[in-house]
Every structure is written in structure tokens, then in C-alpha cells.
Design a protein around this ligand. Structure first.
Ligand SMILES: [Zn+2]
Length: 283
């Protein structure tokens, strides 16, 4: 099967070969899905094989690897107001095509081998013709009662201006999308300044969640780790940063500014923390 579904304590983690996770919550009355990945595979069927309850879809932010599957669903997709435009840009046919072509040559970073990250029945033309889904803006404080599962929205800008995180109240878990992490991208035009990002990570810290769960790393983040992420942003110095070669955003000349002078070679160490900033984000 293209998607990997793993039952967690109180929710489902739905992973795809390109290392993007969506999260599904099933209450007694309704269900909710956080993020829809690139949407290369049939995510809707996977969700509907788990639950037939009325579905709420929440996008943590507008990037294509979080909203690409929106259009498979008839339901409204909630998203931060300031990310609606990003989502539109990231849903355009040209970007979809680039993403799918790249997925054909996905890389296993541990073995260095490439593999086709697209499902067998992938239809490029249909994929590129999909839009954003039906977007509806959502703001801080919005709350979804699914029946025994309560999801509360917090605005956590930085990675994108309209980024949101979702607190699962009963388990005290915060689902953060790409809002922070050991290698957070803060260089694109949809990114905020570093001060706004730092304030958002402080806010996450103050929420005192049991764990912080991102979209690309199956390992939950512990609260103390956020302090290192804050320090990485506070101490970031573009001039000393390591150039970051990427398929995306080379026009921003991104550099990795890692804590304590570490380099990208050390990024799999547990205490690695960095921000990836662009040349216009010099302090
Ligand atoms: Zn993102």
C-alpha cells in the first residue's frame, strides 16, 4: 500500500514514501485530518477505510506537501488566512508537475539509493489539474469538538506567515506542521522575520504540551528541545551559515545556521538545532 497507517495513542499517523505525515483523529461524532501531504496517492480512500464520520480538514500551512491532497476531498479545508495565497501558488500545475517529477527520483538519504516515490496508478495530468480544495480561513482559538477529541487552533507563524498548530487537548499533544524543528526553513518569501518565529516557538513552549509533533519526523519533539530551537534562531548569523543546496528557493541563497557551530554533517545528532535563513534575513 502506498500510505502507511500507524495507530498511535488517540490518533492515526498516515505516512507516505516522501516522508510527509498526515494525522487523523476519530471522535464519537466527527473525524479530523491534519494536512493532506502531496496527495500523490489516494489519501481519501485511506481516510475512508478508517472512518466514515463527517470529516474536518485542517492545513497547518499552505505548502504543497501539506495541502496537495486537499482537492481529493469535498470537505472544507481550514487554513490560516495569511497562507491562502501560498496554498494557491503551491497548487499550480507547474509546481505540482515539478513535485511529481522529483518524487519519481526520491532519495533514501541513508543508503543514497533513489526510488520512485509515486504510486503505481499515478495520473500526472489529473494530479496537475487539481486545485487547492475548498479553503476556509481559521484563526487562533477556533475549537473542534469531535466527541471525546478536542482540537484547538493556535497561530504559530514563522515558517509561513499563516502557519497554525493544533492542540489535541485530551492528550496534550501539539501538532505543529513545519512550525519548528531542528532544521526549520525560514528563508522563503512566505516566511516571517526571525523575531516573529522566536515568539511563536516561545508560545509553543508556554503551552507546555507533552510532545510536539511535526510533519516530517516521526519522532515527537520534547518541550526542552524547543529551548535549543529558540537559541538557534537567536544566535543565527547568516555570514557564518553553511550554504544550503536545495531544489527549492535557491534565489534566497539560504544558509543553515546551526547551534554551537555544528554543520549539516552533524544533523542526525540528537542535539542538532538550526534555522535555515535567506540573505535578506541577516541580522
Ligand atoms: Zn512547509
Amino acid at each position: 500500500m502506498y500510505y502507511q497507517v500507524e495507530k498511535q495513542d488517540g490518533y492515526y499517523r498516515i505516512g507516505s514514501p516522501e516522508n510527509v505525515f498526515s494525522y487523523l483523529f476519530v471522535g464519537s461524532k466527527k473525524a479530523a485530518l491534519i494536512d493532506t501531504g502531496y496527495g500523490f496517492g489516494d489519501l481519501k480512500s485511506v481516510v475512508r477505510s478508517i472512518t466514515d464520520k463527517p470529516l474536518i480538514i485542517i492545513n497547518t500551512h499552505g505548502h504543497c506537501d501539506h495541502t496537495g491532497g486537499n482537492a481529493q476531498f469535498d470537505e472544507v479545508c481550514y487554513i490560516g488566512e495569511k497562507d491562502i495565497e501560498v496554498c494557491r501558488e503551491h497548487s499550480e500545475a507547474s509546481m505540482r508537475k515539478d513535485n511529481a517529477e522529483r518524487a519519481k527520483n526520491s532519495m533514501n538519504y541513508e543508503s543514497g539509493e533513489t526510488y520512485n516515490g509515486l504510486p503505481d496508478a499515478f495520473d500526472m495530468e489529473a494530479y496537475c489539474a487539481r486545485g487547492t480544495g475548498t479553503l476556509q480561513s481559521i484563526s487562533e482559538g477556533a475549537c473542534f469538538e469531535l466527541g471525546g477529541v478536542t482540537l484547538k487552533i493556535y497561530e504559530t507563524p514563522g515558517h509561513t506567515k499563516g502557519g497554525i498548530s493544533v492542540l489535541y487537548l485530551e492528550k496534550n499533544l501539539l501538532f505543529i506542521g513545519d512550525a519548528t524543528g531542528m532544521f526549520v526553513w525560514l528563508f522563503a518569501k512566505e516566511t516571517t522575520d526571525l523575531e516573529t518565529y522566536i515568539a511563536a516557538v516561545r508560545k509553543m513552549y508556554d503551552l507546555d504540551a507533552a510532545y510536539y509533533i511535526g510533519s516530517h519526523n516521526p519522532n515527537p519533539i520534547r518541550r526542552e528541545e524547543l529551548l535549543r530551537y529558540i537559541r538557534a534562531a537567536e544566535e543565527a548569523d547568516y555570514e557564518k551559515g553553511e550554504p544550503f543546496e536545495s531544489f527549492f528557493g535557491m534565489e534566497y541563497e539560504p544558509r543553515v545556521c546551526a547551534l554551537d557551530g555544528k554543520t549539516l554533517r552533524e544533523m542526525f545528532q540528537s542535539d542538532f538545532a538550526s534555522v535555515v535563513i535567506g540573505k535578506d534575513k541577516r541580522k
